[in-house]
Design a protein around this ligand. Structure first.
Ligand code: AMP
Ligand code: MG
Length: 341
């Protein structure tokens, strides 16, 4: 679902006559056409979304390292979503005692930190509920109240004694969909940097991390999508080395009888969260954290969401409310220049 826009396609806004946009769910990377050096760019479908990688390096090393970055992201996808009977997630569900290792252990640490800080507004144990609604399938549906009640019996982050997880009999249904993509972006960037690339950006449909500056020492310009019309831009953030993640009700949803049902769930009620927010964008160095906090802020709503982000070190955010209003932390516009559209 990638749309490569011709210059000027977003007419009515003259600035865009000199830009091209690559549209992915959540965030847009905006690049001027008058760059001296052309970036190497590739887009592939990984982790259920289009992952766009842009780097400034020679074609040969860029193509090799970008390839390795995609392979690493696929590995994480396998680990975080695997349904096989030997997967740790399945074994925990079946009541085995499991000590998490490797990528899942790292992802769970971030997930549990955010779950605890939000009293479970972000909850990594909603797996059964997520499956029931089917937002990751071709046939999402509204479950019956009884089905939701039963799915919630598998949930509850507080049943997990520590992030390393689960003694025998814990029987929770983990789902790391709200944080794993961000972690995969962190890992992709690590591979690119370790391979010697000094500047680039990895954008996994709403979870993005940049490193270095563009040629000419210019910052990256990140367009935050408009929830009403995701082809339009609500505002532009100028950033250097940072992660930006967006959770929005327009990313995965269906409409039934005029009601929008989206993929970010209220862990207490079991229905799509209705907190008065359309989208939550979080800016912080670590993309896994940005990802989890964006999901959490969406569930918490404008006031509690902003309070959460303000209280977290090195975290800023922009929440777009249902009434169209912007709620921003104090560093937006100061630490990170932000231009509303
Ligand atoms: P994101 O797109 O990052 O906001 O994450 C949404 C994904 O995280 C969903 O597709 C589910 O897999 C999972 N999820 C949904 N609701 C929650 C929640 N309240 N806490 C944690 N994960 C959630
Ligand atoms: Mg998230």
């Amino acid at each position: 679902m990638m749309i490569e826009r011709a210059p000027g396609l977003l007419s009515g806004n003259p600035l865009f006559f000199r830009t091209f946009l690559l549209l992915l769910t959540g965030l847009l990377l905006i690049s001027g056409c008058n760059q001296s050096r052309k970036p190497y760019r590739e887009t592939r479908f990984v982790m259920g979304t289009l992952v766009d990688i842009v780097v400034y390096a020679s074609e040969e090393s860029a193509s090799r390292l970008v390839q390795q970055a995609y392979i690493r992201m696929s590995e994480i996808e396998q680990e975080a979503h695997v349904k096989g009977k030997d997967s740790p997630l399945t074994r925990i569900r079946e009541g085995e005692g499991v000590l998490l290792k490797g990528d899942i252990a790292v992802v769970m640490k971030t997930a549990m930190d955010v779950a605890e800080a939000t009293s479970g507004a972000f909850d990594p144990t909603l797996g059964k509920l997520v499956e029931l609604w089917g937002f990751n399938s071709d046939n999402p549906r509204i479950p019956k109240a009884e089905e939701i009640r039963r799915a919630l019996e598998w949930a509850g982050y507080e049943r997990i004694p520590e992030a390393g997880c689960c003694p025998e009999g814990t029987r929770v249904w983990l789902d790391l969909g709200g944080v794993a993509k961000g972690y995969a972006v962190d890992e992709a960037v690590r591979i690119l940097k370790e391979g010697g690339i000094s500047s680039g950006i990895v954008n996994a449909g709403g979870d993005l991390r940049s490193f270095g500056l563009k040629p000419g020492k210019r910052p990256w310009k990140i367009g935050v999508q408009h929830p009403d019309n995701p082809q339009e831009i609500a505002g532009v953030l100028a950033v250097e080395e940072i992660s930006v993640a967006t959770s929005g009700d327009y990313q995965r949803y269906f409409v039934r009888d005029g009601v929008r049902y989206h993929h970010i769930l209220d862990s207490k009620r079991g229905y799509p969260a209705r907190s008065g927010i359309r989208s939550a964008t979080v800016v912080t160095p670590d993309c896994a954290l940005a990802d989890a906090l964006a999901t959490a802020a969406f569930v918490l709503g404008p006031e509690k969401g902003i309070a959460l982000l303000e209280g977290w070190k090195d975290v800023e955010g922009i929440l777009i409310a249902e009434d169209g209003g912007y709620h921003m932390t104090s560093g937006i516009g100061k630490t990170y220049p932000f231009e509303e559209r």
